[in-house]
Design a protein around this ligand. Structure first.
Ligand code: 13P
Length: 340
């Protein structure tokens, strides 16, 4: 295991006020986002869209790493440069989503188990050879009457840990993503209890699989009331609940926590990250960073809308969200960012 390389890469990914840009939507997910805006769902359109993102001038000022998907990892710009090379040339670390999706879990109605361990070592070696330096695996947990079950939490946590161990073996930093979903009418307190239980199990399994914690990043959800809960929470309440929960479960050896956005609006994701950094940044062992897909991409995707002529304006919208999230990492984000 290349211990020092893993440690260096993990800390570089959460250095200063930078964060990760997730553009690792699977083909079905990317097509779903395109369909919602009437954009043709073809490989060439997905390529055009991803070229627009990776060629954004100045992206590296706020983005340390970009998470790609298998299709995107193999694609090139119209000028013939691989997306991986474009990122490396810009000083951005390429990463790759390596799970093969969350599937219905047998005998567990309403619950999912993430697949992708079969053949993973060989795929990781290939991605490393292609230039990836970190990877991502996402497990999802839905809150319901009787879910998530202990068996769903254990199975997903063990698979996350087995993935993480394999990544470190080949020199890729594993981004460990256990996502407690926002859907439902549950309270903030319920989300906090479930998130804490999930994170504790994930770290128990990471220890059991002998994963080196200094060489991983955690990508969790924020602690939020369910989308349809009548009692919503303000940014300070979310910040307090999230950090309190993380402190119960995340060892100090972990260099960084890079949150997913999970369907929050772009502005709320920035506001809540900002509140956490204002209130806690100086007293925490880990960096509080971002690894957003929708909360960075969505405004840009809407402007781009499948038209080459809109690419420059879409890139500006993307950069705007990046700058907002950089400010949130510093605890300096405020309304004026959205008015400029
Ligand atoms: P969102 O920020 O849109 O939740 O996506 C993050 C991600 O990488 C999901 O796996």
């Amino acid at each position: 295991m290349k211990t020092q390389t893993l440690i260096n890469t993990a800390s570089e990914l959460v250095a200063a006020d930078k964060g990760l840009l997730a553009m690792d939507e699977s083909t079905p997910t990317c097509n779903k986002r395109f369909a919602a805006l009437g954009i043709p769902q073809t490989e060439e359109m997905r390529r055009d869209y991803r070229e627009m993102i990776v060629t954004t001038p100045g992206l590296s000022a706020g983005i340390s790493g970009v998470i790609l998907y298998d299709e995107t990892m193999r694609q090139k710009t119209k000028a013939g440069a691989s997306f991986v090379q474009v990122l490396v040339d810009a000083g951005i670390i390429p990463g790759i989503k390596v799970d093969t999706g969350a599937k219905d879990m047998a005998t567990h109605p309403g619950e999912k188990i993430t697949e992708g361990l079969d053949g993973l070592r060989e795929r990781l070696i290939e991605y490393h050879e292609m230039g990836a330096r970190f990877a991502k695996w996402r497990a999802v947990f839905a809150i319901g009457e009787d879910t998530p079950s202990q068996s769903c939490i254990e199975a997903n946590a063990q698979d996350l840990a087995r993935y993480a161990a394999l990544c470190q073996e080949v020199g890729l930093v594993p981004v460990v993503e256990p996502e407690v979903l926002m859907e439902g009418s549950h309270t903030l307190e319920k989300c906090s209890a479930v998130t804490e239980e999930v994170l504790q199990e994930v770290f128990a399994q990471l220890y059991a699989q002998r994963v080196m914690l200094e060489g991983i990043l955690l990508k969790p959800n924020l602690v939020l009331p369910g989308k349809s809960c009548l009692q919503q929470a303000n940014a300070n309440e979310v910040a307090d609940a999230t950090v309190t929960c993380l402190l119960q479960a995340v060892p100090a050896a972990v260099p960084g926590v890079a949150f997913l956005s999970g369907g929050q609006s772009a502005e709320l994701a920035s506001l809540r990250l900002n509140a956490m950094n204002i209130r806690f940044k100086s007293r925490l062992p880990w960096e509080l960073a971002f690894s957003f897909a929708r909360a960075i991409q969505q405004p840009a995707l809407e402007i781009w809308a499948g038209q080459l002529a809109n690419a420059a304006a879409a890139q500006q919208a993307l950069l705007h969200r990046v700058r907002c999230n950089q400010a949130a990492r510093r605890g300096e984000y405020n309304d004026s960012y959205e008015q400029s």
